[in-house]
Design a protein around this ligand. Structure first.
Ligand SMILES: C[S@@+](CC[C@H](N)C(=O)[O-])C[C@H]1O[C@@H](n2cnc3c(N)ncnc32)[C@H](O)[C@@H]1O
Length: 387
């Protein structure tokens, strides 16, 4: 990257990047006014910062390339993880990228060695860490040959090589390499894709599934002294609520009874579902399942929970793809206006159906199509949490 070759200071470049992010015409002007390499570097940093702004809000203070912004941890996840690392006086982030995790650990009071084999990532991480320079040492280093002799607590966030549905060997370092490094350290944490198959979760690790705002973000594997004692955990952010328990058998058919819906329907958070803790949640809520292998829960009494969306059940009718007459009648009888359609394992064009079901009434209702033992049911629901 050409930044330092033309005598510009970091403050100059920061101003140029800020201009390029804020004014659409600025990049074209920079291309006319700056040497081509410099203009390309500023444009790349501007794209990275613009991507990061969508996630960070305060991205003005951050340096990213597009790729590093896309691979950076969600700040809420990084801060949550850092709180567990805070028990360690020092830690090594061996794949630091632009440094979101390293900085979160430093902010939580851990002294961090931040290494990356990519010199550009190291340059950006160093610039990002300048606010906490006393707490973060940054260097070019290969995670497979770390420069520290006695590794303290270790964090690894392998780079994605090929898309979201990552396989064990498609990361850098590979998950096999990451697990070996983690198991050799006194305490360690490996961040993996939440899509990682359960068969790939190492038996030695505590597995934590993390969601932010109802969106599943991370599968976090804790090793050694950084394990909490639970084997499976679902964490819901920003509520900062965490659920632990005995994971259910794969496929979900287990100890929770299946019955028709009561007055309340619970739609568990994806972190709870992916962690295999739906039955643990059912026990907490005194709830039952609507299908033995499904994740939807129901009960008669409403208990407030951060681990599920809660709806009041207004009706439950058989669903027929041919007309949905009974659903329309149920909606009309309940003064439905705008309708939101959700589906669980039922192939339907939800937007088109919502347009067809829209009524003239005043209430905004939800129709949830899901499998029950007696066939597909349409649940007419009032959202959320007013049960
Ligand atoms: C997903 S990014 C890390 C993002 C970082 N946790 C954050 O939130 O900002 C992964 C990083 O791993 C680095 N990397 C890949 N293989 C590596 C290796 N063998 N040694 C050190 N770094 C490596 C890549 O260069 C990339 O910057």
């Amino acid at each position: 990257m050409a930044i330092r070759q033309h005598g510009e200071t970091i403050a100059d470049v920061s101003r140029l990047v800020g201009d390029a992010v804020r004014w659409p015409g600025a990049v074209a002007r920079l291309r006319r006014e700056l040497p081509p390499e410099m203009a390309a570097a500023v444009a790349e940093l501007a794209v990275g910062r613009e991507r990061a702004t969508r996630r960070f809000g305060d991205a003005d203070r951050w340096w990213f390339t597009r790729a590093l912004a896309e691979q950076a941890s969600h700040p809420a996840c990084a801060a949550h993880r850092a709180r567990r690392f805070a028990a360690c006086a020092s830690a090594a982030d061996l794949t630091c990228g632009a440094g979101v995790d390293a900085l979160a650990m430093a902010a939580a009071g851990t002294r961090v060695f931040a290494g990356d084999r990519d010199p550009l990532a190291v340059t950006l991480c160093r610039a990002n860490a300048s606010r906490r320079a006393a707490m973060v040492d940054v260097a070019v280093a290969d995670a497979l040959h770390p420069p520290l002799r006695d590794l303290p607590a270790v964090f690894l966030d392998p780079a994605r090589r090929s898309g979201w549905r990552r396989g064990r060997e498609q990361e850098s370092p590979t998950l096999t390499e990451a697990y070996a490094l983690a198991e050799g350290a006194p305490g360690a944490c490996v961040k993996a894709s939440p899509a990682l198959a359960r068969a790939e979760w190492p038996a030695a690790a505590e597995v934590e599934l993390v969601s932010v705002g109802g969106e599943l973000k991370e599968c976090v594997l804790w090793f050694g002294a950084l394990r909490s004692g639970a084997s499976r955990r679902a964490t819901v952010l920003p509520a900062d609520a965490t659920l632990t328990g005995a994971p259910e058998a794969d496929g979900g058919a287990g100890r929770t009874p299946t019955c028709p819906p009561g007055r309340v329907l619970y739609e568990p958070d994806p972190a709870v579902v992916r962690a295999g803790l739906v039955e643990t949640l059912a026990e907490r809520l005194g709830a039952w399942k609507l299908h033995p292998r499904g994740a939807l829960l129901s009960a008669d009494a409403h208990l407030a929970t951060p681990f599920a969306r809660t709806y009041r059940v207004l009706a439950a009718v058989a669903w027929s793809a041919r007309g949905g007459r009974r659903v329309r009648e149920a909606l009309a009888a309940r003064d439905a206006g705008e309708v939101v359609v959700k589906t669980r394992g039922v192939a339907v064009d939800a937007d088109a159906l919502a347009r067809r079901l829209r009524g003239r009434g005043a209430r905004r209702l939800v129709v949830l199509l899901a499998h029950a033992p007696e066939g597909v049911r349409a649940y007419v629901l009032e959202p959320p949490a007013e049960a």
